[in-house]
Write a protein that binds this ligand. Sequence first.
Ligand SMILES: CC(C)(COP(=O)(O)OP(=O)(O)OC[C@H]1O[C@@H](n2cnc3c(N)ncnc32)[C@H](O)[C@@H]1OP(=O)(O)O)[C@@H](O)C(=O)NCCC(=O)NCCS
Length: 159
Amino acid sequence: MSLNDRFGYRAQMPFLVRFASSTQDRDAAYALRRDVFELEQHIPRPLDRDAFDFSADHVVAFDRGGRCVGTGRVVRTDHRTCHIGRMAVAREARRSGVGAAMLESLERMARLRGIREVVVASQLGSEPFFHARGYRRDGDVFEDQGVPHVHMRKLLLVS
Ligand SMILES: CC(C)(COP(=O)(O)OP(=O)(O)OC[C@H]1O[C@@H](n2cnc3c(N)ncnc32)[C@H](O)[C@@H]1OP(=O)(O)O)[C@@H](O)C(=O)NCCC(=O)NCCS
């Protein structure tokens, strides 16, 4: 596979999305979460780590310079359902397709585990991002850490 095939190209920002397979990958992901949720969004309870991280499948996105510019995780909730969350893209790397490529990878991982439905707790501001990828609102707006959120669901097609 060539470099061009492996890297996504859009808005002239090449990146590579892959499974977070090492401690270094995960540490880079947690550091990015800290940058985005704690420093940028000032979410009071840090979202850098929790107990679900041990059982989750994680993805990371790296730019050509080897900098981690994206992360997300999928947590299985029962035999047919999972929760995709902790999605974060570095501010300067947004709107370049990184988030969409990571979401696609996380859904693929869920499918491989036999999952049929994905739930996300989306920040209200990110609802259009998930909506454009097939997620639909389920329930009323609620506050989490002072940030308005909405639950959204998507059925995965059986391939
Ligand atoms: C939400 C987030 C992960 C999206 O990542 P991204 O890399 O910017 O998204 P992409 O570039 O892949 O965008 C994909 C599409 O969604 C759209 N989109 C992305 N973020 C959007 C937003 N906040 N509002 C409206 N549309 C948005 C893009 O325009 C793009 O549409 P297109 O494919 O038709 O051009 C990113 O904005 C982020 O990290 N935000 C801060 C943390 C956060 O809110 N995380 C979500 C917690 S629920």
